[in-house]
Design a protein around this ligand. Sequence first.
Ligand SMILES: Nc1nc2c(c(=O)[nH]1)N[C@H]1C(S)=C(S)[C@@H](COP(=O)(O)O)O[C@H]1N2
Ligand SMILES: [Mo]
Length: 201
Amino acid sequence: MGSLDEDRPGEATPLPPGQRAQTQWPVLHYGPVPRFKPERWDLQVYGATVDGAKHSWDFGEFHRLPTAEVTAEMHCVTKFSLVASTWTGVLARTILELAPPAPEATHVLAWAEYGYSANLRIEDLAAPTTIFATGRGGAELTPEHGFPLRLVVPHLYAWKGPKWVRAIEYLTEERRGFWEERGYHKIGDPWQEQRYSYQED
Ligand SMILES: Nc1nc2c(c(=O)[nH]1)N[C@H]1C(S)=C(S)[C@@H](COP(=O)(O)O)O[C@H]1N2
Ligand SMILES: [Mo]
């Protein structure tokens, strides 16, 4: 099994154990799709920042940040993997550089509209393919897929990437996010099939 890799036609991209490839993009989330209010929107970084201050970018400011592109699969814990996604947006690394965490920060909560959250290790946010995405496949995200902004963490299960992301909270102690509090794994590495919290050491 595997998917066709756009850059290497004919070569199969291996998928994590238990996943099957899917080319259609389903809409999957808990709760309603939030309505975008441009004048009230910002992306915030707070908690254990190095300077102790809260940082934020309004919609215009965010769209002036340097952009990048990441091509990756998206692995849902319900066992489908969306193949060959090219995400455009701002690398999470860029945000980490502009609003650095304090040395004692070890984890983050990524917060979305309506209180959805996911916990990550700082190194997951700093990974070279973690991206605050505004588009996929050359098109702007639709509201149901996370417009205006979603976090994509390709090396972890997809619940780790909140659609409608609004904030990063730096933590000096790990705290569990929405699904992590409901029985899902605190790390969520699909290559190790870290699906459920009972698998944690
Ligand atoms: N805010 C928010 N983001 C979320 C979710 C959610 O319930 N709320 N679900 C996650 C899960 S489990 C998956 S598989 C992907 C699905 O993204 P899609 O609807 O664009 O396919 O969004 C993730 N991001
Ligand atoms: Mo998912």
